[in-house]
Write a protein that binds this ligand. Sequence first.
Ligand code: ADP
Length: 494
Amino acid sequence: MYNYPISEAARSTLAREIFGHVIDGQVVPSLDGRTMDIVDPARGESVARAALGGEADVDRAVASSRKAFDDGTWRLLDPQDKERRLRRMSQLLLERRDEVAELDVIDAGLLRWYVDFTVDFAANGIDYYSGWPTKINGSIPPAPPNFSVRQERIPIGVIGLITPWNGPISVFGSVAAALATGNSVILKPAEQTPMTAVLMAEIAFEAGIPPGAFNVLQGPGSSVGAALVAHRGVDAISFTGSVPTGSAIQAAASKRVKRVSLELGGKSAFIVFPDADIEAAAAASQMAVWGTSGQVCTAGSRVLVHSSIKDQFLAAVLKGTEGMNIGSGFDPSTQLGPVVSSEQLERVSSYVQIGRDEGATVASGGSRLDIPGYFHEPTVFTGVTNDMRIAQEEIFGPVMAILEFEDEAEAVQIANDTDYGLAAGVWTSDLDTSQRVSAALHAGTVWINSYQMVYPSVSYGGVKLSGHGRNLGAASIDELTQIKSVWTKTGDAR
Ligand code: ADP
């Protein structure tokens, strides 16, 4: 039995025999019957089982998606009807919000308030993309005499959507984007968090998305994910996850010259100038690293503070960090939850050791907790220099590295001296400083006097090793469509 009160709906969903693949509108086990454990990271215990797919399951899902695409049951539907069904999808999601949120708290170990935010984020994304089907215009370019040419904007085909475990339901907006552009979608959620993918598919079918237009495949990335990337019947891959996996996917996809969109990791600089609102910056810096136990691509894990305010800033951070409530995401007083798995806990611990070995100072925390589940103390390092591994490598855990700078040029130089380029934060009360620094930063997103704002109409993505391609906004519509030029010989129309 679960320790925290959860809704009847979540309880009965959790009691399902298996969280299967979803193929052609049916929740199905793997053809060979293999399954995998679903572990609650707050307790370190298995709570349910999911299908563990193999190549035959991938073949089955791809055949279904191809057929749905080629038949045109979704692709060729009246655009207004597409919009109505997508809108219904977000309504149904919100009607089941408690069930969905509770399952994600159990599956990913995230805090309930954060999961509530990801449900809203998903619903907002679906609403935003539900407005697009009637607005995806082609164009008419200048053409030689006696010809008329129309450039149609058409779907790509079958899109493989491969996603991580740090916000399982939040990818529903990306599913909606791929559907809004007329594609078929195969979602491969992370093997650590398979549960709500099944609910997304059920909600989609109930909203009127035809079977096969949205399928789900469960299983490890190295087998199921890789088979999806290599499959001849999959036309493009949209991936969010780590750099090594993204790089391997790009290489594998190149064999069939597939379009790939990669949203990878980050080592985002959070820069605090002396004229900033220091209390506000310190509060935001903590939210940016502790909010999901550091398991978010835009974690502001490199905090750059001007030397003149470093003591004041550190004091404000330590005040918030020490005595933080650590525990289950269901407990409303919890401020820091677990990390997702025992492997992730090992990774965080090993980086904390690396930081110590490199000569950085542990100003707070530094240890894993000796309780059931995968918990690590919020850990603040000071005396960090940018050449240290804890300043260069993505840890994906509750670890903040504080670096000092003397002037604006040095802040920009440190911020850009990284292989990543996902996001950055700039805290200053001077407008000119904010504009100069944001212009100089190599990052896909810059937040000024704020951090981690997202909105469905605003594109999101990285530069350098943080990837290419953009999620959200109109940019996704471009990513998910291609242009077909149709020439008509008109005779002499003059
Ligand atoms: P993490 O974010 O846990 O470090 P990854 O970036 O490897 O992990 O995982 C993100 C997603 O990519 C998951 O859904 C995972 O199953 C999938 N994945 C992992 N390896 C591959 C691969 N070689 N090909 C395709 N997908 C993969």
